[in-house]
Design a protein around this ligand. Sequence first.
Ligand SMILES: [Zn+2]
Length: 408
Amino acid sequence: MGEVKAWLPRSLLRLPPGTPIPSVRADGLTAMRLRWEAGRLRRPEPLPATEPAPSLLVLPRSVDPHVHLDKAFTWDRHPNLAGTYAGALKANLQEHTTRTRDDVLKRGHRALELACASGLRALRSHIDSLGPGAACSWEALVELREQWRDRLELQLVALVPIEHWGTTEGEALAERVAAVGGLLGGVLVPPCAGSGVRRSLTALLRLAQRLGCGVDLHIDESDQNPAQGMQQLLSVLEAERQSPAVTCSHASSLGLLPMRRMEAMAERMAAQQLTVVALPLTNGWLLGRQRDATPVLRPLAPIRQLQRAGVCVAIGGDNVADPWYPGGCFDPLALMAASLPLTQLAPWQRLGLAPFSTAAAALMQLDWDGVIAEGAPADLIALEATGWHEALMRPPQRRILIRGRWSL
Ligand SMILES: [Zn+2]
C-alpha cells in the first residue's frame, strides 16, 4: 500500500469514464493522487484544488529501446579520439577480439544498476554477434537478463553484417538466438545498393519469420546516399507476402532527403508497419563530420515527419562510454534533456513525450503500454521537480517505485 501526490503528464494518464476532468497546466501536467496496492495502481484521482500543490513530478518507469550493453564503458581502453564512424568501428573490432564473458558481465551489471536506479524498466540491447567475442557476450547477457528479470526486461538482438544471414553460419546463429528468445539484427549502411543486399535482407526476413523472431536493423546510420538502405528494405518487404515485426534503428540519412521524397518514403514505411528508433546523441557525435569545420547539417531520423505519416518512433540512448560515443549514462531524463536541442521534441506535447515512453513500449511489444491507469503496474519515477524545467535542467533526485515498493 502506498500513495503519492504528484504532477503527471496528462498524455500518460488514462482515466475511466465519469472521472471529473482534471485541470491541466499549459505544460501538460496535472495534479493527481496515486495509490497502489499489491504492486498495482488503484484508480488515479485528480487532486482537489484545496490540497497544496505537489512537489513531485511522476512518470511511468521508462524504456530504452536501443543500447549496446556488451561494449558499454569500453572507451577508456578503446577510445576513438578522432570521433569518426570509421574510427569507432576500428576500435570496436579491436575491443571485440579481446573481450571475455567476465568483462561483459561486469559492464552489463554496471549498466543495469545505473539503468534501474535511473528509472528504466526495459532495455533492448544489440550484441556484436560475429567474431571471437560473440559467444561469450551472449552467454553473459542472457545470464544478466535472467538475474535482472524481476526488476527489468532485457531484449537481446544479434548484430552482424547483413550478408551473414544468407550463410549457413548465419542460419545456425539465428537458431541459437531464437532458442534464447532474441531478435535478429544487422547493419545496413552505404554502400548498400545492388541485388546482393536484397538477397541478404530476404534471407534475414524469412529466417526471422520462420523462427518467430523480431528484427531490429542498424540502417542508414550515415551522412551519405540518403535512405539507400531503407529503399532496399522497402522493396524487399513490398515483395514479401509475410514479414516479422521490423524496427529500423538510426534511419539518420532519411533526414537528408528532400521533403516530398521523405514524405513518400514515410508513407511506405507506415504501410509496412515499420517502427523507428532515432538515436540523436550518437548521430550528433559521429555523422556529418568535416575536417576543421563545425557541421551544420545534422543527419537524424525525421521524427516528426515519420510521426505524421503514422510511424511509431522512439528515441534510444545507443552508446554509453564506448568507441561510438564517449558520454551517456543510461538515464532516461538525461537522454530527454540531451535530445531537446537536437530533436526539438517538447515533453509537454503528446508526440514529444511518446518517443521516450509509450512509443518505446509499443515498439518493444511490452506487456504494459506505459500509461498510468487503474490496474497498471505501480512502477513509477518520482522526481523532485514541480515542472519540466526542473526535470530537465540537471539529472534530478528521484525515487523509483517497482511493483509498489520504493527501491531507493
Ligand atoms: Zn546501435
